[in-house]
Write a protein that binds this ligand. Structure first.
Ligand SMILES: [Zn+2]
Length: 130
């Protein structure tokens, strides 16, 4: 009797997973339809690019890392692996990334901040967050 229950459970999980994927697909289709509507609107004027610094605050864990050590070598490595803003969106928001790490060949492939180096230094200094 246990085998059919297992089969039912697996089938139920499959149905649930399929339903979730379909919901994601429907939501994505709605987003795309809205984007195409906007793009096909002859009166559409794109928002101007953001000018000035990003409104997304620099990760405060970075300040905690710098405050946790006076060691010049560690501070130099932290400065190299500090957060840099990438593309600033029209609304002024951005993601923070590490440009001290090797990009995977393209500018947009820099890792998000904190990178592995910042996390490792945080672990060694006992600083939580990064
Ligand atoms: Zn890095």
């Amino acid at each position: 009797m246990s085998e059919p229950e297992t089969t039912v459970t697996k089938a139920s999980m499959y149905v649930l997973a399929s339903a979730e994927m379909m919901a994601d697909t429907v939501a994505l289709q709605a987003q795309l339809a809205e984007m195409f509507d906007v793009m096909n609107d002859p009166n559409y004027v794109p928002p101007p690019p953001w000018e000035g610094p990003p409104i997304t605050p620099e990760p405060e864990a970075y300040r905690r890392l710098l405050d946790a050590t006076d060691n010049p070598l560690i501070r130099a490595v932290l400065e190299l692996h500090g957060p840099e803003h990438g593309y600033i969106r029209h609304d002024g928001t951005c993601e923070w990334r590490c440009e001290g790490c090797e990009a995977g060949g393209y500018e947009w492939e820099y890792p998000d901040w904190p990178c592995e180096t910042a996390v490792l230094i945080g672990l060694r200094l006992g600083v939580e967050g990064p």
